[in-house]
Ligand binder design. Structure first.
Ligand code: 5AD
Length: 384
C-alpha cells in the first residue's frame, strides 16, 4: 500500500511538471513517505529526517507523508522544524493544495500556512459587496489579499485584476479604490494603465521587494531578480500621473552578507520609495528558511535595520519636502484635540495634518495645500 501511495504522489507531481531525480541530494523537493506499522519503523523516520537535514541544500524543501505523518501530525514540525510539509495518509486529497502553497514560494512567511491556499472570490460577489458598501455611504474601498494582484476570477467572466479595479471604481458612490499587497512577479503593465486612466484608483502601489540582492531573493524563493523588480518600478515611474511606491524589506535573512545588505541600501537609492516597512528576519514554523544556515548575529541584524531605516528616513524627508506648495485631495479621517486640526490621507496614502475653520469634516473630501513636511507626514491648510 505504501509503495502504491508513493506512486500516486509521484504521478501527481509529474502531472504538475515535476521531474524525478536519482537521489535526495539532487532534489529540490523531498517527500518522505513513512510507515508506522512497527515502532522501529516510526523511530527511523526522525533519524532519516536528521540525515536529510545535514545534507539539505539551500532552498531544498522537505515534506513527510504517510502513516507517521498521520499519527504525529504537527508534532513533526516541533521535532524536525526543517520540515515544511506534513501530510498524513488520510489526507492525500489535500496534497495538490499543499503543493500549491509550497509552489507559491515564500520561504520565510508563515501566512500561506496559517491562512491556507490562495483563493479568489468571483468578480460578481466582490462587485455586489462594493455596491452594498457604497449604498451604506462608504466611498473608499480597499481590495485586500496576500497577493491581491494574482487575482483570478473563477467565474466565466474571468476578469483580470486590472479590470476588476476599473469596475470597482465605476460603482456609483465610490471615490477611491486601493489595493494591497501586490507581488512583484504578478505586477503587470495593465495595472499601471488602469491607474493612469481612472483617477479613482489611488496613485499608490505597495510592492514588497524584501531584499535588494538577487542572491537573497533566490534563497527567499521570491521568483524575481533585482533587475526584474527594477523594471517594474521603471514602468510605474513612467506612468502619466505620479504613483507613490512603498515596500516591505526583511534584513538579516539567513546568510545575508554585508554585500547583500549593501545592495538593499543601494536599491533604496535607486527606487526612492515613498514609504517602507522593515523587519528583522524572524524564524517561523513551517517555513523553508528555518533550516537555513544563519551566521549573522542578532546585534548585526539590529545594526542593519537601524541603518536601513535611517537611510529611508532621509529619502522620505527629501521626497515629502518636494511636495510643499502643492494641493492634494484628502479624505478626512481624524480630528485632533487641538482646535481646527484635522488629518487624513492623500490618494498617494500620505498622512496630511491640516488646519481648517470648517466644522464636521470627518468623512469628507477636502483640498489641502501642503505648507510643511517631515519624513512621515505632511502639514497643510484647507484651501477654501
Ligand atoms: N520575518 C520577518 N519579516 C517577515 N515578513 C513576513 N514574514 C517574515 C519573517 N519571517 C514581512 C515581509 C512581509 C511583511 C508583511 O512582513 O516583509 O512583506
Amino acid at each position: 500500500m505504501n509503495e502504491h501511495d508513493s506512486e500516486k504522489v509521484a504521478g501527481l507531481l509529474l502531472s504538475r511538471g515535476y521531474r524525478q531525480v536519482e537521489s535526495p541530494e539532487a532534489a529540490s523537493l523531498i517527500l518522505y513517505n513513512t510507515c508506522s506499522i512497527r515502532e522501529k519503523a516510526a523511530q527511523k523516520v526522525f533519524s532519516r529526517l536528521g540525515e536529510y537535514r545535514t545534507k539539505q541544500s539551500e532552498g531544498q524543501i522537505i515534506g513527510v507523508l504517510g502513516c507517521v505523518a498521520q499519527q504525529e501530525g504537527e508534532e513533526i514540525f516541533a521535532r524536525a522544524p526543517w520540515v515544511s510539509l506534513v501530510c498524513g495518509s488520510a489526507s492525500y486529497r489535500k496534497l495538490p493544495e499543499l503543493l500549491g502553497q509550497l509552489e507559491a514560494g515564500c520561504a520565510y512567511c508563515v501566512v500561506p500556512f496559517t491562512r491556507g491556499p490562495e483563493r479568489s472570490r468571483t468578480s460578481d460577489s466582490i462587485l455586489k459587496e462594493v455596491k452594498q458598501l457604497a449604498d451604506l455611504g462608504y466611498s473608499e474601498v480597499q481590495l485586500l489579499g496576500q497577493t491581491v494582484n494574482s487575482y483570478a476570477d473563477p467565474s466565466p467572466r474571468k476578469m483580470r485584476f486590472s479590470e476588476l479595479l476599473l469596475e470597482v471604481a465605476d460603482v456609483r458612490g465610490i471615490r477611491r479604490v486601493r489595493f494591497t499587497t501586490s507581488h512583484p512577479s504578478d505586477f503587470t503593465q495593465d495595472i499601471v494603465e488602469a491607474i493612469e486612466t481612472q483617477a479613482k484608483i489611488c496613485d499608490h502601489v505597495h510592492l514588497p521587494v524584501q531584499s535588494g540582492s538577487t542572491r537573497v531573493l533566490r534563497a527567499m524563493q521570491r521568483t524575481y531578480t533585482r533587475e526584474e523588480y527594477l523594471e517594474k518600478i521603471a514602468k510605474i515611474r513612467a506612468a502619466k500621473r505620479p504613483i507613490s511606491i512603498t515596500t516591505d524589506i526583511i534584513v538579516g535573512f539567513p546568510g545575508e552578507t554585508h554585500a547583500d545588505f549593501d545592495e538593499t541600501l543601494r536599491l533604496l537609492d535607486d527606487v526612492q520609495y515613498d514609504g517602507m516597512f522593515s523587519f528583522k528576519y524572524s524564524p517561523r514554523p513551517n517555513t523553508a528558511s528555518l533550516s537555513m544556515n544563519d551566521p549573522v548575529s542578532e546585534e548585526e541584524k539590529g545594526r542593519r535595520l537601524a541603518n536601513l531605516q535611517e537611510k529611508q528616513r532621509q529619502i522620505q524627508a527629501v521626497r515629502n519636502a518636494a511636495l510643499i506648495g502643492q494641493t492634494f485631495e484628502v479624505l478626512v479621517s481624524g480630528k485632533s484635540r487641538r482646535e481646527n486640526q484635522w488629518s487624513g490621507h492623500t490618494s498617494s496614502h500620505r498622512v496630511l495634518n491640516f488646519t481648517s475653520l470648517r466644522k464636521e469634516l470627518l468623512g469628507h473630501y477636502v483640498q489641502v495645500r501642503v505648507m510643511g513636511a517631515g519624513p512621515n507626514s505632511l502639514v497643510g491648510e484647507q484651501v477654501m
